[in-house]
Write a protein that binds this ligand. Structure first.
Ligand SMILES: [Zn+2]
Length: 439
């Protein structure tokens, strides 16, 4: 392990900084007063970390507030459901609503039982099948059920494991379909309602949600830059998203990613001087409610995107480092694999083609090579979007290894005589040997 990496591992700054964000600011829903405090905190912290320039950029976002909410099974037996309204859901109105529950396992069962859905609360009790396939019930469930006449939806929390934790997240209403309230319930409560329904006991639920969509508001991306010593016009972007859900304290998702990005940039300065290229740290806003900060960044920086030689996003939590995925052509993937050799001893040497990140996705589509920071994903969704995503779930050793891994990779990319972006482009110009990385 290099001396620089050993010094990175010994630095407690990231753990202290993440603790400060989680414990003194707490949950930071985009558009909330807490998020505004987080934006101010981020500017101060970037300055303290040694950034030469720090600024914010406005982003127009939907303004959603949760308000109070509850759900209760009223028949055949009374019990409170542990629930969380889904982000961007409408509320129930002050009276709430009550209806019999139609429990289904998937969209096919809902379609087959369409005649039973009218006037009911549809419960999607889908099995966990990995995040991508399972999360569609959260994002599309309300409109799918409303098309059949349902009055509300409950969605089993999107997680493989549960200790009665509800997991929220964003949902979307389809145009032209009635907007009905949508809430997540725990795996445990979904199972109980399903068993009551299967036994023919016709469970009923009373649901009250004060959630409101209040039009638009303005939030901010926060950007800090360390000017390059040799090629300051060439930018290596390192990012996470500062917003979180309004429960827990956004420790793994994605306070950790922001702190890993900034701590890694800081390590370039403290561990041997100014990087050759400019390192731009971006804390995006409103990732959770539609990746809006990422789109706004692309639109505001279109002119200088050709000067972005690479973008890296950390948004998978701070578990043990597992390597990097690369959104770019095969020669860019190979070049990143070369840079990652420097951090192989940390467990971060594995590089494969794949997804970069929600926030950097829009600029990667415009040709900026994208790098996704990968970690052990086995426990991430246990905490994701739930009240359990708190600072105590962060392992200081694993966080330090992630900072060292990202710092080592960025250090190597900044020092490369050939810009990462040109690795692919020059091959394309030569016309030989390049294969599309993704289709
Ligand atoms: Zn995230």
């Amino acid at each position: 392990m290099s001396a620089a990496t050993l010094a990175d591992l010994a630095d407690p700054w990231a753990y202290r900084t993440l603790g400060e964000l989680c414990d003194t600011i707490g949950p930071r829903l985009a558009g909330s007063p807490a998020m505004a405090r987080a934006v101010a905190w981020a500017q101060e912290t970037m300055q303290a970390a040694g950034c030469d320039t720090v600024w914010t950029e406005p982003v127009t976002i939907p303004h959603w507030t949760r308000g109070r909410e509850w759900a209760r099974c009223t028949a055949p037996v009374e019990f409170d459901l542990v629930m969380l309204g889904l982000g961007l859901s409408d509320g129930t109105g002050p009276e709430g609503l009550e209806a019999e529950v139609l429990a289904v396992r998937d969209f096919d069962e809902l379609d087959a039982r369409s005649a039973e859905a009218a006037g009911r609360i549809v419960l999607f009790n889908m099995e966990w099948d990995g995040y991508g396939p399972t999360v569609q019930y959260r994002s599309q469930g309300a409109s799918r059920a409303a098309r059949h006449g349902a009055v509300a939806v409950l969605v089993r929390s999107v997680t493989a494991n549960s200790l009665a934790t509800p997991h929220t997240g964003m949902m979307r209403y389809e145009e032209g379909v009635p907007r009905i309230p949508a809430a997540a319930v725990t795996v445990e409560d979904a199972g109980r309602l399903q068993r009551l329904a299967d036994a023919g006991l016709q469970p009923r639920v009373r649901l009250m949600m004060e959630a409101r969509n209040r039009g638009e508001t303005v939030c901010h991306n926060v950007i800090g830059e360390i000017r390059g010593a040799v090629k300051p016009q060439e930018i290596v972007l390192v990012a996470g998203h500062l917003d979180s859900w309004d429960v827990g304290t956004g420790a793994h998702d994605d306070g950790a990613g922001c702190v890993i990005a900034l701590a890694a940039a800081r390590r370039l300065l403290t561990g041997g001087g100014r990087p050759d290229r400019t390192v731009r740290v971006v804390f995006y806003t409103a990732e959770e409610i539609g990746g809006i900060g990422g789109t706004a960044y692309r639109d505001a920086h279109r002119d200088e995107l050709p000067r972005h030689v690479a973008a890296l996003e950390s948004d998978s939590g701070a578990f043990a480092p597992a390597g990097f995925t690369v959104q770019g052509d095969s020669l860019v993937v190979a070049a990143v694999a070369g840079h990652a050799l420097a951090v192989a001893a940390l467990g971060a040497g594995k590089v494969s083609p794949g997804w970069s990140g929600v926030d950097i996705g829009p600029i990667c589509k415009e040709g900026v090579p994208g790098i996704g920071h990968r970690v052990d994903g086995s426990r991430y969704f246990d905490y994701h979007h739930s009240p359990a995503d708190t600072f105590d779930k962060i392992d200081p050793g694993e966080l330090a290894r992630n900072v060292a891994a990202v710092a080592g990779l960025v250090r190597s990319i900044c020092a490369d005589p050939v810009a990462l972006r040109d690795r692919g482009r020059s091959a394309a110009a030569a016309g030989g040997g390049m294969q599309p990385a993704s289709r």
